[in-house]
Design a binder for this molecule. Sequence first.
Ligand code: GLA
Length: 737
Amino acid sequence: MSIIVNEAAGTFHLRGKRISYLMTVLKNGQLGQLYFGKRIHHREDFSYLLEYAARPMASCVFEEDKAFSMEHLKQEYAVYGTSDYRSPAAEVLQENGSRVSQFCFRGYRIMKGKPKLEGLPAVYTESLEEAETLIVELEDQVTGLRLELYYTIFEEEGILTRSARFINQGGKPLHLTRAMSLCLDLPDSEYDWIQFSGSWARERYPRARRLEEGIQSVGSMRGHSSHEHNPFVILKRPDAHEFQGEAIGFSLVYSGNFLAQAEVDTRGTVRMLLGIHPDWFDWKLEPGESFQTPEAVIVYTDRGLNALSQSFHRLYQRRLARGYWRDRPRPVLINNWEATYMDFTEEKILRIAEKARELGVELFVLDDGWFGGRNTEHAGLGDWVPNRNKLPGGIRGLSEKIEGLGMKFGLWFEPEMVNRDSDLYREHPDWILRTPDRPSCHGRFQYVLDFSRKEVVDHVYRMMEKILSDARISYIKWDMNRSITECYSAALPPDRQGEVFHRYILGVYDLYERLTSRFPEVLFESCASGGGRFDPGMLYYAPQAWTSDDTDAVERLKIQYGSSYCYPVSSMGSHVSAVPNHQLGRTTPLYTRANVAFFGTFGYELDLGRLSPKEQEEIKAQTAFMKKYRELLQFGTFYRLSSPFERNEAAWMTVSRDRRTAIVGWYRILNRVNASFSRLKLAGLDPDLEYEINGRRFYGDELMYLGLVTSDGSAGEMPEGPGGSCDFDSRLYLLKA
Ligand code: GLA
């Protein structure tokens, strides 16, 4: 049993095989945090962990106790205004204008497994034994607002999930102006903070710095999780690295505005907060109504960052992603976007598809430009009806022809958007998010549909459902290409406008839920101008996401390396594209483009017919290789070995579950003349097994402890080029026990 309760002491010990999480009811009824970290023994009395001190200038709760101040206590879900001055987890605006509240312990429930979160993506269990859930019930007596804190502990891994649910059991309406998913007070601040930041075409670069007194945070106010900052941060001990040391990962299963924050007080404690961004958030709760926060996932490890990432990978691959494609290797696809942009005819498409089929590609994806009046960015979004000038037989006709070639067919949508020049906008100009009497900003000439309104979501569902049931569609790319501005819904009263950002995302989730249940075998790939909504919320509905619009292999090394801290290889959409690269103008070898894209879902985004016969032969070998090894590449245990952010030579590898097969990707960014010899220490192998690499044999311990010699230039049977004599060189090493 994972959850041990000492009712007399009011103490809860969540204890899995790897972690312990301890909390207790404080003497004022609020919940205090005692410990989170590596598993420890249980004892009846943990009261020694409650540290008090009478400090000058402290505001105290009880006249008779100068030591009891919330400011100096570690708490579970803090509020501001009753002697704690740090950023709170929750804030409740009441009818009388007060924002003071106090949530006191009322009771608890324990259940096996994990409950679903209504309308929200969340991690799940498949058997009741995998996890156990504690629900602590608290109440603010004055308002009658009830608060339930959900904690699910996974038995085998160092994983804990958290969320909060508010229920207005009082007689008056209330406004929740802050409702974080997680608040965690840690006793010391000896950590490096790592965030994953960037911008369009360079998403999720790890950025590390020492935690300092004061507040450090990342977040998004763009209406989506964003290219700029990912809803994922790590706190790691300064001496921790990829293969050793303590680290805690904090991930939010949410796709909208978020805040991840660490506040270090001047006595060296840290308060972590993670949840919906409180700016512009204001959720009205009428009596009887409730509000469920998104879920936060925390992973603890004392075995380094690779182990931390691997826990996230396993969890998000097997207990967040769902459905038919969850455990299945993904089809090798070709997408026409960089080959044609919107300028195509059916004939052109079929020619590209035919060549791709000949070279081993399995799925053809038709990107933007197939619908309404969509010939430029200015028109057509919102009109999900095929453009018969380009496609005389419609989507059904084209999909049948593609299937006739022996390939599957996939289609691009951008369901949340509309151009002014569209029938949808002409019919329903009030269906976009916009503030009354003020001009609306556009992004790429498009406007955001008000997905907080059910009739809007219903309409988009009907249009998409029609196309999907009419044609032979096996894959959907769901794009979202602008951030929200002038966030206001014509359908909500003034005192509910603070709900629009969150209601919008709930509408997106609702549409995803309806489409994925109606078409359970369709593979969904999410996208937001590349990786602008690459988050766990999306992974619940779409098991893969277009990682970035940047398809340059060297840039992708960094983007996929950074993304791998939280997200599994099976979630990263990755394509081989043309050179010179369309984003950067860089020319990289074809084998390097593939060697990077193999560590992802793998596909092509160029007109293969324009390649030389020799290159086409190379593509054939690549698709054959991917089909043979995709299970291992996409679902193996992934290790980062050498960072492209730090070194000229980057490397990563994946190992099969039985540790008998592995593939190492090695990449050298710039060539060097008269270079040093180099060895790459591998990981995750069986030290006592002998592995064959290109006809030579090495023990696992040699490969892991003294390293694989990478300076010899030989790579054997793998699909690749000359090696050893150019910039942007790379090699794959296949290891077989
Ligand atoms: C976004 C996507 C691209 C492509 C275009 C189409 O930028 O990220 O892959 O689909 O939209 O307009």
